[in-house]
Design a protein around this ligand. Structure first.
Ligand code: HEM
Length: 267
């Protein structure tokens, strides 16, 4: 029953479901070990921010689809500000020493951030889609349905290219009709358009710069996460079954929007 059903006055606690929220941190270690609370809280906070990021990214796509570059830029600014918080939060986790992590690590069994479907949804929206990432989640789960839906949807880059086409830029037909599940490949024609934008179209050049910020911000998170992992578990394998830091290093240095980086030399 909700407050609306009972006519009860809305309070801070009832609106934000504080009792429910505070009941969600359930350490698995005996004792429980002091540091496990931090580990749970920080992951839950990340998942909430991932939820908000998806909410904002969906809005950015919708605003581009509606030919509203200024609100789209504003939304991207919010996304970037959240990303900065996500990166900064790793500092808190780095106050946990390798020995402190060991006090409860075995209780995690195979659980790992690797299984965060919301993180994969963000990757999908930004153009890094994979069937394998969907298949990891059992049929009938919320996570699988959400990923399958995003797999079939246009990425933020697709929304941007369609917007540019409506702005009058000669975006090639094959780019506009590309398979939205395929990885984003560099395009010489798109790069020519982007160079033109940087030289003559301040509004859209700003939009491009915000996309580069987003790309760089995601890469910054990956780099900081790997270093945090390295200082916490060294070269031990991950709980998610990967080689740990060796695997995570393979995810570094990949530009999300390759065209926006390739043009830099020519500008
Ligand atoms: C002590 C803290 C942490 C350690 C030791 C750690 C370790 C790892 C390791 C080893 C992997 C590789 C997959 C595996 O085999 O498990 C991984 C992946 C991942 N972790 Fe963490 N992690 C930590 C904290 C976090 C936090 C706070 C988040 C935030 C949600 C996070 C999100 C992720 C994500 C999204 C991946 C998948 C990355 C990819 O596949 O590109 N991790 N983590």
């Amino acid at each position: 029953m909700t407050d609306a059903d009972t006519n009860a006055a809305v309070t801070y606690g009832s609106y934000l479901r504080v009792d429910d929220l505070l009941a969600l941190q359930q350490p698995r270690s005996a004792g429980p070990e002091h540091d496990e609370m931090l580990f749970i809280v920080i992951h839950q906070v990340y998942e909430l921010w991932f939820k908000q990021l998806l909410h904002e990214l969906d809005r950015a796509v919708a605003l581009l689809a509606g030919d509203e570059p200024h609100p789209a830029q504003h939304t991207l600014k919010r996304i970037l500000t959240i990303l900065k918080v996500l990166v900064a939060q790793l500092d808190i986790l780095e106050t946990m020493t390798p020995l402190e992590f060991q006090t409860f690590r075995e209780r995690l069994q195979a659980a790992s951030g690797f299984q965060s479907d919301q993180f994969r949804q963000i990757e999908f929206l930004l153009g890094r889609k994979s069937d394998a990432a969907i298949a990891r989640f059992p049929a009938g789960t919320r996570a699988r349905a959400a990923l399958a839906k995003r797999h079939a949807e246009p990425t933020l880059w697709d929304a941007f290219l369609h917007y540019l086409a409506r702005e009058g830029y000669a975006v090639p037909r094959e780019q506009l009709a590309r398979d939205v599940a395929a990885p984003l490949e560099p395009s010489a024609e798109v790069q020519r358009i982007l160079i033109q934008i940087y030289r003559n179209d301040a509004t859209n050049a700003e939009l491009c710069e915000r996309l580069v910020d987003l790309d760089e911000g995601m890469q910054e998170w990956r780099y900081r996460h790997v270093k945090m992992v390295e200082r916490t578990i060294g070269t031990k394998p991950g709980t998610g079954g990967s080689a740990g830091t060796a695997y995570l290093r393979t995810t570094l240095g990949h530009n999300i929007f390759p065209d926006l980086w390739d043009i830099r030399t020519q500008l």
